[in-house]
Design a binder for this molecule. Structure first.
Ligand SMILES: Nc1ncnc2c1ncn2[C@@H]1O[C@H](COP(=O)(O)OP(=O)(O)O)[C@@H](O)[C@H]1O
Ligand SMILES: O=P(O)(O)OC[C@H](O)CO
Length: 514
């Protein structure tokens, strides 16, 4: 398939190292000038589920893993810090951490983006401050997904924390800030920064001014003292201090989905990519002005290169896609490996009338309904586990279709082709189904690790390793393409049934339960 896990040096360097601090693992990839992978090292971290709906990570474990994978990738490449021109950072977005700047100790586990404990707080803020205000100033709907309410929860629930924060002893960061602060020295002069893409996921940054919004900070109840400085996505923030890359410039930070947009070289307005991992995130470059969404998408920052103006994006976020395949494997035991879902689903011609809407933690885009829960509908005695497997894959494709429709409505741009990446894209049936449901070609690049590649590209631009985005475009190579085969009537009929199934998920959780 792709060369994602090859090791061994290409040429003689120099190189760029990218760190991807993801939801389930941390990895480091070394790239050469052609954007090819030289080495990879990766380590998973524990997923902590203290209560239903709560998801946490141990940030100390994550920082240890990051150091380990960086050392692993450098050793596998057979190079030294002298061969590495810059380090790029990309990360799971929205996951929220507060730590003590004097000791470097986290005050609590990080609250992960999937964590829904702030649902009630968001409702309260919506009543007191108004949904519209958040949308207008930050581009985001008020939802537990984002970082701001998680910061407030920590300040309210960790004893004595608010006083320590107001005294200036506590730092807030998403995982980019945590990794950069530690890489650049931690308690010994670490820099406390974030980039515009990560800041645009907090509900705290004014999307038009690229600054923390004081009115929103005071309405959520967050002291400005804890906040990192907002910087561009591609500039030198500081040099690594200690460790195997001592002295190397840390030169980019991008939320992982924005990094994938960059790695897929979606530099022109209207270009879009969709990343199929645990969840799925489709982003479309909308150019130099933020496009308001009236159809359930997020307005977010795509990237900002140094002192150039920021580039905005529209995003459709789907919470459950690859994780539904994991659920079929781990909770249901219907398949033994994620790849087996393709074999099972391919053993039947169609879904047998069954539709599966995986609203396990409510529905994200384009609905933003925390009260929704998963349903399998259309069941008769005819339906087998193979039909369900097919409905599982179709769920990912239909959710993408809904987001693509919303993007067309919001941006006026018709999707002519979708660039895809992520673990699920190795599933040919899914990719064909996607092309069929979108009625547009689906293309996958040679380097499937677009997230790390995007972080490497941004860091490389910052230090002059690559001259400009045209040089990056030249590296993009197509590995596979799927073209639509479904007839229009079947597509329309199936889409109607899918939308009917989605309706059945709504309102399941009563107000007091949520
Ligand atoms: N062949 C496959 N068919 C369907 N889903 C798959 C397949 N292979 C992997 N997956 C799913 O893809 C996800 C892993 O993709 P990855 O891009 O590594 O995710 P993440 O970066 O979110 O951890 C898992 O949720 C897994 O269930
Ligand atoms: O770490 P991933 O690939 O699951 O991405 C998570 C997203 O950034 C959440 O917004």
């Amino acid at each position: 398939m792709t060369d994602a896990h090859t090791t061994g040096t290409h040429g003689t360097g120099p190189f760029i190292a990218a760190i991807d601090q993801g939801t389930t693992s941390s990895r480091c990839i070394v790239f050469d000038k052609d954007g090819r992978i030289v080495s990879v090292d990766q380590k998973e971290h524990e997923q902590i589920f203290p209560k239903p709906g709560w998801v946490e990570h141990d940030a100390t474990e994550i920082w240890e893993n990051v150091q380990e994978v960086v050392a692993g990738a450098i050793v596998k490449a057979g190079i030294t810090s002298a061969d590495v021109k810059a380090i790029g950072i990309t990360n799971q977005r929205e996951t929220t951490l507060l730590w003590d700047k004097n000791t470097g100790e986290p005050v609590h586990n990080a609250l992960v983006w999937q964590d829904t404990r702030t649902d009630a707080l968001c409702k309260e803020l919506g009543r007191n401050v108004g949904q519209d205000r958040f949308r207008r100033e930050t581009g985001l709907p008020l939802a537990s997904y984002f970082a701001g309410p998680k910061v407030r929860w920590l300040l309210d629930n960790v004893e004595g924390l608010r006083e320590r924060a107001e005294r200036g002893d506590i730092l807030f960061g998403t995982m980019d800030s945590w990794v950069i602060w530690n890489l650049t020295g931690g308690t010994d002069g670490g820099v406390h920064v974030t980039d515009v893409t990560n800041a645009s996921r907090t509900l705290l940054m004014n999307l038009h001014r690229m600054e923390w919004d004081e009115k929103i900070l005071s309405s959520i109840g967050i002291p400005a003292e804890v906040l990192p400085e907002i910087r561009s996505s591609a500039e030198v923030y500081g040099n690594a201090k200690g460790g195997i890359l001592d002295g190397v410039p840390v030169a980019s930070a991008l939320g992982d989905q924005q990094a994938a947009l960059f790695g897929q070289t979606c530099f022109a307005e209207g270009e879009a990519k969709s990343t199929y991992g645990t969840g799925t995130f489709m982003l479309m470059n909308t150019g130099s002005t933020p496009v308001n969404s009236y159809n359930g998408l997020l307005t977010t920052v795509g990237y900002q290169i140094g002192d150039q103006p920021p580039v905005y994006a529209l995003e459709g976020s789907i919470a459950v896609t690859g994780s539904l395949v994991q659920w079929m494997r781990d909770q249901m035991g219907l398949i033994k490996s994620a790849a087996e879902i393709e074999t099972l689903a391919s053993s039947v011609e169609d879904n047998g009338g069954a539709y599966f809407v995986p609203a396990f933690s409510g529905l994200f885009a384009p609905y933003w309904r925390p009260d929704a829960r998963g349903v399998i509908t259309g069941l008769t005695r005819y339906v087998t586990k193979a039909h369900i497997a097919r409905a599982v894959l179709e769920a990912t494709a239909w959710q993408t279709r809904e987001i693509s429709d919303a993007m067309t409505k919001d941006s006026g741009v018709e999707l002519t082709a979708l660039k895809v990446d992520g673990g699920m894209t190795s599933n040919n049936l899914l990719m064909q189904t996607l092309a069929d449901f979108l009625d547009a070609p689906v293309v996958r690049p040679m380097v499937a690790e677009t997230t790390c590649l995007g972080a490497a590209y941004a860091a490389g631009l910052a230090v002059g390793f690559w001259p400009d985005t045209d040089a990056l475009r030249a590296n993009w190579r197509r590995a596979a393409e799927w073209t639509p085969r479904m007839d229009a009537d079947t597509r329309a009929r199936e889409y109607k049934s899918w939308l009917k199934a989605v309706e059945r998920t709504m309102g399941w959780v009563e107000d007091e339960e949520s």
